[in-house]
Design a protein around this ligand. Structure first.
Ligand code: NI
Length: 133
């Protein structure tokens, strides 16, 4: 059984490698490398898969999942500049792929081991990445 929860957060980022020239950054990352950052309205879907607990009838209590997502994702990412404000992106470019990996790692650490975790991150209405470890 799979259960999911959707949470959105707004954040700024810039795709940029300091060791590359401005020309190369522009060629690879396009407008996403604009020096003054830009924002996205991200949507993170968190999917948890496992057996239904016969005692509660839940795979996971979605109230509890909501609190974990708030603490690990919303409180850290929402209304932040990912490059400047989030330690995980000091050394890692905040692409949708890397944001999904960081989110997965943060959530994984908080969930019972027997549950399988998958995250799907919507950076725009059209661009989606998915990661499950
Ligand atoms: Ni962008």
């Amino acid at each position: 059984m799979k259960v999911g929860r959707r949470e959105s957060f707004n954040a700024a980022h810039r795709l940029f490698k300091p060791e590359w020239s401005d020309e190369k950054n522009l060629a690879v990352f396009g407008k996403c490398s604009n020096p003054n950052y830009h924002g996205h309205n991200y949507v993170l879907e968190t999917w948890v898969e496992g057996p239904i607990d016969p005692e509660t009838g839940f795979v996971i209590d979605l109230k509890e999942l909501k609190s974990i997502i708030r603490e690990e994702i919303s409180d850290k990412f929402d209304h932040r500049n990912l490059n400047l404000d989030v330690a995980e992106f000091k050394e890692r470019i905040p692409t949708a792929e890397n944001i999904a990996v960081v989110a997965w790692n943060l959530l994984r650490a908080r969930l019972p081991q027997h549950l399988h975790l998958k995250v799907r991150l919507w950076e725009t209405e059209n661009n989606i990445v998915e990661y499950e470890g």
